[in-house]
Design a protein around this ligand. Sequence first.
Ligand code: ADP
Length: 261
Amino acid sequence: MRRAAVQERAETDGYAVELRGVHRRYGRGAGAVHALRGVDLGLARGTFTAVMGPSGSGKSTFLQCAAGLDRPTSGSVRLGGTEITGLNENKLTELRRTRLGFVFQAFNLLPSLTVEDNVLLPLRLTGQRPGRRRAEEVLGQVGLADKARRRPGELSGGQQQRVAIARALVTRPDVVFADEPTGALDTGTAAEVLGLLRHAVDRLGATVVMVTHDPVAAAWADRALFLADGAFADALDRPSAEAVATRMTALTGRVPAGVAA
Ligand code: ADP
């Protein structure tokens, strides 16, 4: 049911993220590396997508190009309906600050600022003077309403990542990009953080694109996409961790543990 609703929204509002014919080449001539070789992708608003692939398959390059942190060699990238390929650096920075949220493996909070000030930073960087209310609201959404006056160093890793998610949501962005968001967390804490991203999509209307190499993390997404040699080679809807692991094994060519050769 929800999928049908999402599809309908995509048709009326367009995609949150759209890449067409995206190539990214590093270097030239014989030594050139083709990190992305023709990526065509549209991600509907209000969806949670996991991007997977073996090391070197182009995941980081994809995320950087999709989030306007790197420029494709050719092709087009649209975010929230805005073509970003031709934007100058200032416009791109503004677009990233106002319309994108980021969650990183290492949390990337500013240690000298309180939790509340970390969360409000993206709004302040765009010249707004947000009230405490907005911080309270978004910290409440991640279950940390009582931690507003703490500093990141006083919180656990999982709590810090929840602050980072609150910071990513504070501008009500078109897209949240998450780069291995659970890479530094233990299994139980990882599940809490992934549950929050899921909640942001289901209840707050967020769109999440998450790069991960962890099949268990990918299982929280609506869809897992598999990169191989710079192109999307496969996709799984409503992925289970087992199905994702099997697909990854097929891509890397390794026989899974416990399976006789
Ligand atoms: P992944 O994130 O899946 O490990 P990357 O996007 O980091 O893959 O890399 C894709 C390919 O592009 C790899 O072959 C990698 O060595 C190459 N690559 C990435 N960044 C650069 C760079 N700055 N210069 C040259 N080659 C690069």
